[in-house]
Design a protein around this ligand. Structure first.
Ligand SMILES: [Zn+2]
Length: 284
């Protein structure tokens, strides 16, 4: 595969990002917590958001279009048709559930595509650009509940603007600008620096905190869409088994496999009522 395809992070790799600057904590603008309801999970959006949402989404859309072009040229875009149909059906149920976490997501130009490659990989870029590799669906033998767990997790990263936060961090680091300049205007920053930051943002693993939050929000999206959120635990069991005798790299990083499954299990009681309500509605 081309370098961009090759460099995309596996969905399951969870190393702590090296970009988190020590001084950044001092200068973060305070953002309100996501509105809470009686049921559902509780998460906060990242606070470091130097790059405007429109810029992030536009840059991501360009990267995504480039990736789709590469995949199409290789004859691996949206094949086989059954996988595309299945993924789009799952995504179509998950996407409308995101409004509690992002008011903007309704206006995004969502795209859902399959790349036929053996890689165990999936992602949702800022602005709702989803890709799932057939390797993920086939090698883990995912049923729809499990596929929803993974796609929900990836959509959660986009809703919580983790890519935007990471791009902001990458931009600060890559161009070495001082914080005040970055905060009060990006006019002096060229398109190439932004593109570079976007590349960093999609190729580096998310931080541990972002992974945990995406797990929680993913559970809720699946539950609200009528997919059994307990499937997330099975997904992680399958991921662990995939490595055979040699554990996959993600298992040796954070959050640890056991910690992650425990956190998911602890959150289940908050989302099971949503799942049961959604199922009742779907059956009627
Ligand atoms: Zn993730």
């Amino acid at each position: 595969m081309d370098s961009l395809l090759r460099s995309l992070r596996p969905v399951v790799r969870c190393a702590v990002s090296s970009l988190a600057g020590v001084g950044l904590a001092l200068v973060l603008a305070v953002r309100p917590a996501v509105a809470q309801e009686a049921a559902g999970v509780q998460v906060r959006k990242p606070r470091l958001m130097l790059v405007p949402e429109a810029t992030v989404n536009q840059t991501s859309a360009q990267q995504y279009a480039q990736l789709m072009k590469q995949a199409a040229a290789k004859g691996v875009l949206n094949r086989p048709p059954e996988a595309v149909e299945r993924l789009r059906a799952v995504a179509a149920r998950l996407i409308p559930q995101g409004s509690r976490f992002s008011a903007e997501a309704k206006g995004w130009r969502w795209e859902v595509n399959v790349i036929d490659a053996n890689s165990v990989n999936a992602f949702c870029m800022p602005g709702g650009k989803i890709v799932v590799f057939t390797g993920l669906m086939n090698r883990l033998r995912l049923n729809d509940d499990e596929l929803a767990a993974i796609v929900g997790h990836e959509i959660a990263h986009a809703l919580l603007e983790h890519g935007r936060a990471r791009m902001s961090q990458a931009l600060l680091q890559s161009v070495g600008i001082n914080f005040a300049a970055a905060y009060f205007g990006l006019s002096g920053i060229g398109a190439s620096a932004l593109a570079q930051a976007a590349e960093v943002a999609i190729t580096l693993p998310y931080s541990r905190g972002h992974e945990t939050d995406a797990d929680l929000v993913g559970l809720e999206l699946a539950a609200r869409a009528g997919y059994d959120p307990r499937a997330a635990v099975e997904v992680w069991r399958k991921m662990a088994a995939l490595g055979g005798g040699q554990p996959p790299q993600f298992l040796s990083t954070h959050p640890g496999h056991e910690t992650r499954m425990r956190a998911i299990e602890e959150a289940l009681p908050r989302v099971m009522p949503l799942y049961e309500a959604a199922r009742r509605t779907r059956i009627q």
